[in-house]
Design a protein around this ligand. Structure first.
Ligand SMILES: O=C(O)C(=O)C[C@]1(C(=O)O)C=C[C@@H](O)C=C1
Length: 306
């Protein structure tokens, strides 16, 4: 049975994502996203499930930064999980009594409206995860009155729902990925996504446009672009790209080889089936057959076979 690490403890959204992605796996709870990824790098787990982006809050930066550095890891699957938050407290707690709330930073920002409206005077303290917050509230003598977490965390830690569905939007979802140690990517399905990290060779006018051109001329549709600081002073960034297609597709292969030629470093993070199963629209002149025909034509003229 494979062992998959996740941001724990039991009852996080990440655990729910893991149960859906790998229902038969043994689950290894980790105290943070970097710890879950390290467990894979060290061989203590076969894979890890980590959140990558949220439809309201955007990127989960600790995941992006961890995947961009250290030993290579490969994304092999993704999942879109609807996220619904509840305010959970010890039985008998009234909403008006809640003064100290604990939750994960991402959950806090997704529930800003509720907190401003219903608990304007409450202090909100950060926890390592929503379930860690619920666990903390359940401890005897806890200094916290309530946690913002998934309803399931309430069941696991003996808390009750003081308010439910408290997110600023009811259609929020988080995209999770399953990562493993490097190996061949899963085979193309016709509805795939590829993820890359790109480091610029140098800073010059048009550097971003040059990168984008590698995708644009091959008809590769980007689904996400993010800049992250390298840490080497203000103004130095690297870039995360997600785009349609599989590294086995000719147009994707050509685009990322182009980036490899013009950029300092390109880190391949994987090609994997899209959770929404949306197939790319392939522009005229960018199919595998058209790339193969063009390569054949070039070979003919290079060898004098007109
Ligand atoms: O704390 C959890 O339950 C998590 O799984 C982490 C996480 C995140 O990092 O975004 C996952 C989904 C929600 O957006 C809130 C928190």
């Amino acid at each position: 049975m494979s062992k998959i690490a996740y941001l724990g403890p039991e009852g996080t959204f990440t655990e729910e994502a893991l149960c859906r992605l790998e229902p038969d796996a043994e689950r290894l709870s980790c105290p943070s996203i970097p710890a879950a990824l390290e467990a894979v790098r060290r061989g203590e787990a076969d894979g890890a499930v980590v959140p990558l982006e949220n439809s309201l809050e955007g990127a989960i930066t600790s995941t992006l930064d961890e995947l961009a550095s250290g030993e290579h890891l490969l994304i092999t699957a993704e999942l879109l999980l609807p996220v619904r938050f509840s305010l959970l407290a010890r039985p008998g707690t009234e909403l008006g009594y809640v003064k100290r709330v604990i939750t994960h930073q991402a959950a806090h920002t997704q529930c800003r409206g509720f907190l401003a409206r219903e608990l304007p005077d409450a202090v909100v303290i950060s926890a390592a995860s929503t379930a860690a917050a619920a666990q903390e509230v359940s401890l005897p003598g806890s200094p916290y009155d309530a946690a913002i977490a998934a309803p399931i965390a309430g069941e696991r830690y003996g808390l009750v729902e003081v308010a439910s569905d408290i997110g600023d939007r009811t259609d929020t979802e988080t995209r999770f990925v399953l990562v493993r140690r490097p190996g061949p990517p899963p085979p193309p399905t016709g509805a795939d996504r590829t993820s890359l990290v790109v480091f610029l060779a140098d800073d010059h006018p048009g550097a971003l446009l040059e990168m984008l051109t590698e995708f644009s001329v091959r008809g590769v549709n980007l689904t996400r672009i993010e800049s992250r600081p390298t840490g080497n002073g203000i103004g130095n960034y690297f870039f995360h790209f997600d785009f349609e297609g599989h590294v086995a597709d000719a147009r994707v292969g050509e685009a990322i080889s182009g980036l490899h030629r013009v950029c300092e470093k390109v880190r391949f993070l994987g090609s994997y089936p899209r959770a929404d199963r949306v197939a790319p629209q392939i522009k005229r002149g960018t199919t595998d057959a058209e790339y193969a025909e063009a390569a054949e034509w070039l070979e003919r003229i290079r060898t004098g076979r007109f």
